[in-house]
Write a protein that binds this ligand. Structure first.
Ligand code: PLP
Length: 448
């Protein structure tokens, strides 16, 4: 079907919607009833028809410092005018080294080296490769298996969807996923944990499923376990108390690397620099993206512990140590955006701000309890999940209608199936939390 819908763009000329194949979007429905954003500032977007839209999702979990912040804009402009690009293979430039020094200084434990990519998906694939390279370097060449988790989201590369556990993202590609992957069970348990504030009490024992996988596969065939410390894209699944510590212990026991995918939780989302800090569990590798540059320029990264870098790089014979990298790894504009972003987080104390707002956020979210069809509300840091009962025979329909209704009322929310996921910029004011939650409540009642 050819879409002929056109709308006036921000400059007033006609804009065709047909040619663009939109990602993770119902293209045909969107083009019949488009939702277009023209500009952004601070906590708000402005739609192409001039409406102000409160950003309840920091874009896509990424604009943690709020939109179009001056220091970041200036840093990107300056870098663009100074060094538009420099090759990163056998060459370097100051921006990426400066960002590497600055960002590794924020990391817990002995995570102290960084490999740059351009997205969360690339960071995940890079981390999986680094894990394999690490065991190759150690002579444990049989350690090739990965363990992911059901409902996990690790982006859309073949590595990421193989260890990921979101069925629709895998279905069409099933025949060509990476081999030798196992999955832990997910931790979502509404029957026991519904309406928990913060970390749920029940479920730490689900980590013990790693012992089953170890029994079936043999520990010394497993290279790494990868999990999101708090699963975001699948609909805000908060880890049960003690679960991540248990997973860390089991990985240590069996010599398996633990990878935290902190693409969402990194850079203040939980009120600490990383979820690793929040849960006091240090992984061996950590993947990040999104908040690293406040999303102003795409960038992803893998943080690795000292010993991993040392083993792969310093123990290798002369020459290139890791045959992996991207043309845009450590791109000057992205690195400049990253430097300005980290500076802004620090000068405005945004991570601490998120921590201090978290109790207000929690109360506001849980005030929705009792509205029609809400079967769970969950929260951690500045993240909220509101799970709605699916309509019989039409899973996702109710959630999507709430999302559209919110947008029409001037609030950007995000839905995954029937779960509303909220993650506002960390600069949100209490009055804006009230506006956000109030509008969502009104939308839930209106859609019913
Ligand atoms: N990993 C996690 C935990 C994510 O939430 C995401 C995206 O939301 C990704 C990886 C993929 O990131 P990107 O979309 O930048 O490739």
């Amino acid at each position: 079907m050819t879409e002929t819908a056109t709308i006036a763009n921000a400059l007033g000329s006609e804009l065709s919607l047909e040619e663009l194949w939109m990602p993770f979007t119902a293209n045909r429905a969107f083009k019949r009833a488009p939702r277009l954003l023209a500009s952004a500032s601070g906590m708000y977007y402005t739609s192409v028809d001039g409406r102000r839209v409160l950003d309840g999702t920091a874009g896509l979990w990424c604009v943690n410092a709020g939109h179009c912040r001056d220091p970041i804009v200036r840093a990107v402009q300056e870098a663009a005018a100074t060094l538009d690009f420099a090759p990163g293979f056998q060459m370097g430039h100051p921006y990426s080294f400066a960002l590497a020094e600055r960002v590794t200084a924020m990391l817990p434990g002995d995570l102290d080296h960084v490999f740059f990519a351009n997205s969360g998906s690339e960071a995940v694939d890079s981390a999986l490769k680094i894990a394999l390279a690490y065991y190759q370097s150690r002579g444990e060449t049989q350690r090739v298996r990965f363990v992911g988790r059901l409902r996990g989201y690790h982006g859309v590369g073949f590595g990421g969807i193989s260890v990921g556990g979101i069925e629709p993202n895998r279905r069409a590609y099933m025949a060509q996923l990476l081999p030798q992957i196992d999955h832990l069970p997910h931790t979502h348990d509404i029957a026991r944990n519904a309406f928990t504030r913060g970390e749920p009490v029940h479920g730490a024992e689900l980590a013990d499923d790693l012992e089953r996988i170890v029994r079936e596969r043999a520990a010394d065939t497993i290279a790494a376990v990868i999990v999101e410390p708090m699963a975001g894209s699948t609909g805000v699944l908060i880890p049960p108390k003690g679960y991540l510590k248990r997973l860390r212990e089991l990985c240590d026991k069996h010599g398996i690397l633990l990878i935290f995918d902190e693409v969402i939780t990194g850079f203040g989302r939980l009120g600490t620099p990383f979820a690793a800090d929040y849960f006091d569990v240090v992984p061996d590798l950590m993947t990040v993206a999104k908040g690293l540059t406040n999303a102003a320029v795409p960038m992803g990264a893998v943080f690795v512990r000292h010993g991993i870098y040392d083993t792969v790089v310093n123990a290798a014979p002369a020459g290139i140590e890791l045959f992996h990298g991207y043309t845009y790894s450590g791109h000057p504009l992205a690195a400049a955006a990253g430097l300005a972003t980290l500076e802004l987080y620090e000068t405005e104390g945004l991570f601490e701000r998120a921590a201090s707002l978290a109790p207000y956020w929690e109360n506001a979210l849980h005030s929705l309890r009792g509205l029609p069809h809400i079967i769970d509300i969950r929260n951690l840091g500045l993240v909220g999940g509101i799970e709605l009962e699916p309509r019989p025979g039409a899973p996702g329909a109710r959630g999507f209608e709430v999302f559209v209704d919110c947008f029409n009322r001037g609030v950007l929310a995000r839905v995954t199936g029937d779960i509303i996921a909220l993650s506002p910029p960390l600069i949100i004011e209490k009055s804006q939390i009230d506006e956000l939650i109030g509008t969502i409540g009104t939308a839930i009642k209106a859609v019913a």
